[in-house]
Ligand binder design. Sequence first.
Ligand SMILES: Nc1nc2c(ncn2[C@@H]2O[C@H](COP(=O)(O)OP(=O)(O)O)[C@@H](O)[C@H]2O)c(=O)[nH]1
Ligand SMILES: [Mg+2]
Length: 299
Amino acid sequence: MPEADRPVEEMLEGFRKRLSSTLASDEVIARSDLGDRVLETLLESDVSLDVAEELVAKTTGFLGTAKKISVREYENALGKAIRSVINVKHDEVDLLNPGKKPYVILFVGINGTGKTTTIAKFARYLLDNGKRVVIAASDTFRAGAIEQISKHGEALGINVISQPKGSDPSAVAFDAIAHAKARNLDYVLIDTAGRMQTNRNLMEEMKKIRRVSSPDYTIMILDSVTGQDIIEQTNSFLAEIKFDGIIMTKMDTDARGGGIISLSHSLGKPILFVGTGQGYNDFMKFDPDWYISKILPPS
Ligand SMILES: Nc1nc2c(ncn2[C@@H]2O[C@H](COP(=O)(O)OP(=O)(O)O)[C@@H](O)[C@H]2O)c(=O)[nH]1
Ligand SMILES: [Mg+2]
């Protein structure tokens, strides 16, 4: 179990404190010193080396040629640099008005990242917006998975289509889509088993789910606490499973806070939502400006 949920207000506090103590040492500073110190702080906050270097270079670029600058100017330029790196194709996605019915969304990701919990939160978000939803319990592999998602379905008043443990996950997805078509529902959300990249059978099974359900959108669930390691851990997984957008979970338990910047950048996909706790409401649309306002003072 993750540690206790932290309120949204306290999230990213560590990152903000690290940055402000790095930046607040002097009123006016030589730029070259500051760049090195900020680079170090970004690395400590789990921003990857290449992205941290890019951020510092961009910040320097925004600042022009003055030898000495105020901390305030540096902060504003850094905020601009982070915005330019984190803002991956956000405008193109409107999952609330997809223009197709039923709209089939496949949720993928490694075991334990929070897929099932996130599907329940996302379903709740759709319900709150007046949408009609069915869930496919296509994790037929892990013990307890069908019960877990069925409980969420009961709590939310949503049908969960399932078959006994060990059944073909694609058949479950197929049934759920037929169910949605027959009832004119808006969305089919497909839960899946965690895929370990080493497990060939599971990878093949995942491809079959894709073939059978032809998802309109695929969401990769990433655990923010795993940080940069996730790129390596999920490398072959990411290469084989195509996805369109990302939901970062467990922001409330991530003390470093900067991984989100480099993940979005290096994967080239938008971060749609972030998970901020275990309850249905601990879920928010990801807003780059919100994120930047949490780690830097307002410009
Ligand atoms: N604190 C916290 N815990 C989360 C969050 N999202 C999921 N979890 C927890 O992570 C664990 C694994 O979640 P689950 O949805 O079963 O992962 P799955 O294996 O990918 O389906 C559960 O204990 C969830 O309650 C989150 O945003 N914050
Ligand atoms: Mg699950």
